[in-house]
Structure formats: structure tokens, C-alpha cells
Design a protein around this ligand. Structure first.
Ligand code: MN3
Length: 231
């Protein structure tokens, strides 16, 4: 009898252990989300052809190459935030394509043809950090304008809950441990030439100025609130 009970207990233990391993080994679902508006929805700032090429070719290629780069590795079980937090341990293909996948997903979300206004909380934080909304826009545009070559301009929340503006090269972002100024991005602007060249040619400054007309403040407000809630 004792032997049978031991067997049952052992079997149950093995089963529970298997279940725990199976749960631990659930792959993360990375999905290529549809653009939340039509290609021509942001015409007042970005033309439809640029949007179509940018989303369906550039962004899609980053996504596909990221999925290939993590295939068969532990990264298939990690979130993007976890991967970025240990970015220095992983290959450049993951940094470039995982960054490209995340950055563009954020970029589409923080734009909209009708994006509302900064919330009272966000506007207060922007004014207390940068002096005024106007000064914030100026500093953000400067971060993009002074990025030599390709990269991004960001508004992020740091570990102390303070806003800061930064710029990263290529497809890096403030979540990565390889980046000097780290935080949670709430607004990002792609300043690669592919983001603006058809309409603006080499006039990056004009593109950045037009960007404010299509910022989805409702989404930026949501991301700001979420980042502050996590402090
Ligand atoms: Mn891009």
C-alpha cells in the first residue's frame, strides 16, 4: 500500500513538474499588427506612398527578420522589453530587427489623423521639465535634426519618473541596455530618410515640424500614464 501511495505521489509530482515546465516554455506571440488607419490618413504630414512603403516593406522586413533572428533561441520566450533589457548579450540582427519592429509599432500608434491633446498631467510634466510646450517641441525637433544619419527622436520617462528627450542611432531605443539614456519611450519619431524623403527630400526639419499635426496625444497620454504607474 505504502509503495502504491509513493508511486501515486511520485506520478503526481512528475505531472505537476511537467505542467510547470510546459507553462514556463510558452512562446511569446509577436504579431505584425495592421496599421490603425489608412495609408492616406496622415496626408497633412506624411504622404500615402511613404506610409505604404514604410509599413508594408520596411516594417514588415524588420518583423520577419526579427522572427528569423530569434528562431530556436531563448528569446522566443521573452518579451521585447526583456530582450532589450539584455540587448548587449544578443546578436546585432536582433538589435536591428527587434528594434525596428518595436520602434515602428510604437511610431504607428503615436500618430493619428485626429489625436486629441496632451493630458493635464502630461502637459504639466512637459512644462515643468522643458519650460513650455513650445520649448519641448523645439528640443524634440533638435534631437531629431542633430541625429547624424539614421535614427530616432524620443520622449521617454526615466526610472525616477522624469521626462527626457533623447535620440538613438539606427533602430536602437531607450529600452536597450546598450543605450546611454534609458527609459520608457512615450513618443518616438522616425528620422530615417525613408520616413520622409518622397515628400520632403532632404528637408528633415520640415518633416519634423509637420509631424506635430498628426501626433496621437491620446496614445501618448496612455503610455505616459502607464509608464508613471509602473514607477
Ligand atoms: Mn522607418
Amino acid at each position: 500500500m505504502k509503495k502504491i501511495i509513493t508511486l501515486i505521489v511520485t506520478a503526481a509530482f512528475v505531472a505537476v513538474n511537467h505542467l510547470a515546465v510546459a507553462q514556463e516554455k510558452t512562446k511569446t506571440v509577436f504579431s505584425f499588427e495592421p496599421l490603425p488607419y489608412a495609408y492616406d490618413a496622415l496626408e497633412k504630414a506624411i504622404d500615402a506612398q511613404t506610409m505604404e512603403i514604410h509599413y508594408s516593406r520596411h516594417h514588415k522586413a524588420y518583423f520577419d527578420n526579427f522572427i528569423k533572428a530569434i528562431a530556436g533561441t531563448d528569446m522566443e520566450y521573452m518579451t521585447l522589453e526583456e530582450i532589450f533589457g539584455s540587448m548587449s548579450k544578443f546578436p546585432a540582427s536582433v538589435r536591428n530587427n527587434g528594434g525596428g519592429f518595436y520602434n515602428h509599432s510604437l511610431f504607428w500608434a503615436v500618430m493619428s489623423p485626429d489625436g486629441g491633446q496632451p493630458s493635464a498631467a502630461l502637459e504639466k510634466a512637459i512644462v515643468s521639465t522643458f519650460g513650455s510646450m513650445e520649448e519641448f517641441r523645439k528640443q524634440f525637433e533638435k534631437a531629431g535634426a542633430t541625429r547624424f544619419g539614421s535614427g530616432w527622436a524620443w520622449l521617454s520617462v526615466d526610472a525616477q519618473g522624469k521626462l527626457f528627450i533623447s535620440s538613438t542611432a539606427n533602430q536602437d531605443n531607450p529600452l536597450m541596455d546598450v543605450v546611454a539614456e534609458r527609459g520608457t519611450p512615450v513618443l518616438g519619431l522616425d528620422v530615417w530618410e525613408h520616413a520622409y524623403y518622397l515628400r520632403y527630400q532632404n528637408k528633415r526639419a520640415s518633416y519634423m515640424e509637420a509631424f506635430w499635426q498628426v501626433v496621437n496625444w491620446n496614445e501618448v497620454n496612455r503610455r505616459y500614464q502607464e509608464a508613471m504607474g509602473a514607477k
